[in-house]
Write a protein that binds this ligand. Structure first.
Ligand code: ZN
Length: 134
């Protein structure tokens, strides 16, 4: 497997609207748009920075994974996403080497990317997302 770059850093927030003040107005980052991923009960907002992006994550439902994360740990960095050249091959390789996977198969994430999460128990407490884009 080959990791190409840090694709984005996912940050769980109570309100994307509220966070605009920091990322857009104070830090002056470009806002590249929002997207709701219904299956994950999350709305995302992307702010490109150099070769990577900040991804804000706001829950659309009290029983969604981001709502549960916020309840347990509060706002903050929720995951780091690495772009890989071949997601299916990467998952197979990591599984064969004993890494615990949350997603055994790629699924659709924001922006039409194929994504999969590794289990934090296998990644020293960091929720790692792998992503592949055409
Ligand atoms: Zn992500």
């Amino acid at each position: 497997m080959k990791v190409l770059k840090v694709d984005h850093i996912g940050i769980a927030v109570n309100s994307i609207q509220e966070c605009m003040k920091l990322y857009k107005d104070l830090l002056g980052l470009e806002y590249a748009g929002s997207e709701t991923v219904a299956e994950q009960k999350v709305t995302t907002a992307f702010f490109p920075v150099g070769d990577t992006e900040v991804e804000l994550l706001e829950s659309t439902s009290p029983d969604g994974p981001i709502a549960k994360y916020l309840e347990k740990r509060g706002e903050g960095v929720q995951h780091i996403a690495f772009r890989v050249d071949n997601l299916e091959a990467a998952l197979e390789e990591l599984k064969a080497k004993g890494v615990k996977l949350i997603d055994e198969k790629p699924r659709m994430g924001a922006g039409g990317a194929k994504i999969a999460f590794l289990h934090p128990k296998s990644t020293y407490g960091v929720l790692v997302e792998l992503s592949e884009r055409d």
